[in-house]
Design a protein around this ligand. Structure first.
Ligand code: GN1
Ligand code: MG
Length: 355
């Protein structure tokens, strides 16, 4: 049963709810309150410590509000603002363990699942790049690691191997080529975490889920207004944010496209994003980070693909699915992109060198 109505009472609202959002983990509802708000059910099996999630979000958004005011921006529009429950709590925990939390809705802005033009994609790069830039001096070590080893691709491979070993769904035999695709790239997985560990690239505050639809763009100007979905803000590498954004936004098709002939990695989009991102972070990016930018797109795409395939092997227990083999379809698009990027690596390197 759903505790949505209980949650509404906890936030003191009596409003109509409309389902919104396209995430694979949480559930999002838009409420017709005045001003409008959004209510989200945070998946408690994925986010095991909601206090940590909300503490990170409160700390980061409070810091952003100050930076936004300093730069003459509107802190009610350019960062998320948490609405507490009537008891002043940052979220409501329902009897079944579900977590509900509320934000003010950001008016006059929207999100996109696909960028129709490279310029629109570049706008998202300004959004994510600015987010990094504004948080550059935030003390990363004060943030909780809400999901341990979230972008530790080596650990993701370990989890993948575990899923393969268990084969809970019995599907392993039907996906041998996809399994082989992952296993034959095992030498990729520790390159970024090794560089973080030996100090050759810095730990930064990162968003960690930089899908195009996690930045709101102004409805009329298409300028990036606000980065949303802050649940996975944690210490990490800038390369996670760069790579993950390209994984999603520079694909010529959707994440779950079944016709793989429609999936390619679009270098025009790669260039538009890279240029805009470097305009935001160019002064602080280190040479080693810059060198790893093209590779990070491959790595984040491979990682996401192996997570989808692991979930397919586990019997779809993590990412919400809407049809049979949905996680397998998602994994396949990621692997198609990885293979295409491997072919285009020299061109990607040349593009990075231009800016
Ligand atoms: C999940 O729920 P959503 O769509 O915002 C996932 C990301 C993946 C993404 C793939 C907490 O994000 O890591 O990249 O799906 N979030 C979590 O689309 O695992
Ligand atoms: Mg999201």
């Amino acid at each position: 049963m759903s505790y949505l109505n209980d949650a509404l009472k906890q936030f003191g609202v009596d409003a109509k709810t409309v389902a919104g959002g396209s995430g694979h983990i949480n559930e999002t509802y838009v409420l017709d309150t005045k001003p409008r708000t959004i209510l989200q059910r945070v998946n408690p099996t994925v986010f095991k410590n909601p206090d940590y999630v909300m503490q990170n979000i409160e700390a980061v958004t409070a810091y952003l509000r100050e930076r936004i005011v300093e730069e003459g921006g509107d802190p009610l529009r350019e960062t998320l603002n948490v609405v507490p429950t009537v008891n002043g709590e940052p979220y409501y925990r329902a009897p079944d363990g579900s977590i509900y939390r509320m934000y003010y809705f950001i008016e006059g802005a929207k999100t996109y699942d696909r960028a129709d033009t490279p310029a629109l994609f570049a706008a998202s790069a300004h959004g994510f790049g600015k987010f990094q830039r504004m948080l550059a001096d935030f003390p990363a070590d004060t943030l909780h690691e809400v999901i341990e080893k979230f972008h530790d691709t080596g650990d993701r491979l370990r989890q993948f191997r575990e899923a393969l070993e268990k084969n809970a769904s019995g599907r392993a035999d039907s996906v041998r080529p996809e399994i082989e695709f992952v296993l034959s790239r095992a030498d990729y997985v520790t390159r970024v975490t090794d560089a973080l560990a030996d100090g050759s690239i810095p730990v930064r505050v990162t968003h960690n889920d930089t899908k195009l639809n996690n930045v709101m763009l102004d409805e009329t100007t298409n300028e990036a207004i606000c980065v949303i979905d802050l649940d996975t803000v944690m210490p990490g590498s800038m390369l996670y944010d760069f790579g993950d954004a390209l994984r999603f936004g520079a694909s010529t098709g959707s994440e779950d496209e079944t016709d793989l002939s429609k999936i390619e990695f679009d270098l025009t989009y790669f260039e538009a994003f890279t240029k805009a991102f470097l305009e935001e972070v160019g002064h602080s990016i280190t040479p080693k980070e810059r060198e790893l930018l093209p590779f990070s797109a491959i790595l984040m795409t491979l990682e996401c693909g192996m997570r989808f395939l692991a979930d397919h092997l586990n019997g779809d227990v993590y990412f919400r699915i809407h049809r049979e083999n949905h996680n397998l379809d998602r994994a396949r698009t990621q692997f198609k992109l990885v293979a295409d990027m491997e072919k285009k690596m020299d061109q990607m390197t040349a593009i990075v060198a231009k800016y």
